[in-house]
Ligand binder design. Sequence first.
Ligand code: ZN
Length: 435
Amino acid sequence: MAYSREKLSEEKVFKDPVHRYVHVRDRVIWDLIGTKEFQRLRRVRQLGTTYLTFHGAEHSRLNHSLGVYEIVRRMIDDVFAGRPEWDEDERLVCLCAALLHDLGHGPFSHSFEKVFDLDHEHFTQQIVLGDTEVNQVLRKVDRSFPKKVAEVIAKTYGSKLVVSMISSQIDADRMDYLQRDAYFTGVSYGHFDMERILRVMRPREDGVVIKQSGMHAVEDYIMSRYQMYWQVYFHPVTRSAEVILTKILHRAKHLYETGYTFQLEPVHFHSMFNGNVSLEDYLRMDESVMLYYFQIWEEENDSILRDLCRRFINRKLFKYVEFHPSNDQMNKLMELTRLFKKAGIDPEYYLVVDSSSDLPYDFYRPGEEEERVPIHLLKNNGEIRELSRESEIVDAISGKRRTDHKLYFPEDLLRDETAKKTTKRQIRQLLDLQD
Ligand code: ZN
């Protein structure tokens, strides 16, 4: 039998706290799960530094990837199969792309990519197409199969329907992470009726559409996404940890570039510091490796690197105040920068403005930087309408970007009056900190 159609003699199930079970019958999927590149995702947390805010958020990208696979499998096997608009030949490429869509994520992706100018999507493509165990499995289906899977993930695949199942404003990726992140953080937002949404999804040439009768379940999904962004993903304490992490990586890179001698040579970081990262180097880096170095650096001679690592490892995070980048506030920031230097606290590492921004839902507006594929409702008479034209709730939040700025600093250092007492008092006054 062709490898692409080969089934396991018995169905394998993974117990999953969100979807109850993840079902695997296809040999190809089973083999992909067993590859070392997929198993590496166990050592990358889904929510990066969020575990320092919500202690339950220790779940990995492997958990999430299996979840996305399971949602796509249900869409196809339970809802789309047998419908004239659905081409069963697309099934396997959909399932593989769902399972592998986050394969290239690095440790604490957000800061890691920013500091070293890396892009996880680029590495996902390399893992799928390069010399890897994943590629070997995909090639057994046929020689052009890895390229197809890579195209679905890169959103360049010929079938818009297939792409929309994995990435659109109501895709399997978002439906999994919202529920999973809500479950592991323990928050009450993030829940919505996915069973209902799956039941009313219909395949169309241009993408998945939702039957009108499912509109309220979709409204609930969009609101839960909105809540999760502000209550969980952009939580100011998580961002504080992210700020420190970014500064650790900056400091280590700076030290390396200026010829500093580390007590333990950070070999895993060399190619990142040099800006020349091979796929092999990239795959060797995960959160266990990174945290290992941070623990070693807790005893480094450089006082900034040592202090930042101790903060991160022991959760002694920066405090924050609201910051609106107006003229007034920018002047205040300049004054604070001057006073920090005077107090002997390097503002480059200890005074940081961080911004978060999200667009809860948007429809396509020609000419805008981010083209968004809208959610389409299928009315009883067969007409297709963009969601915000039918839903007042969605219309109310469509296209409204919310941005939030905060200023982060180490309050404990500013309260330490053993040196530069007067300057530190001035800083505390400027930041409106109570004495
Ligand atoms: Zn994902």
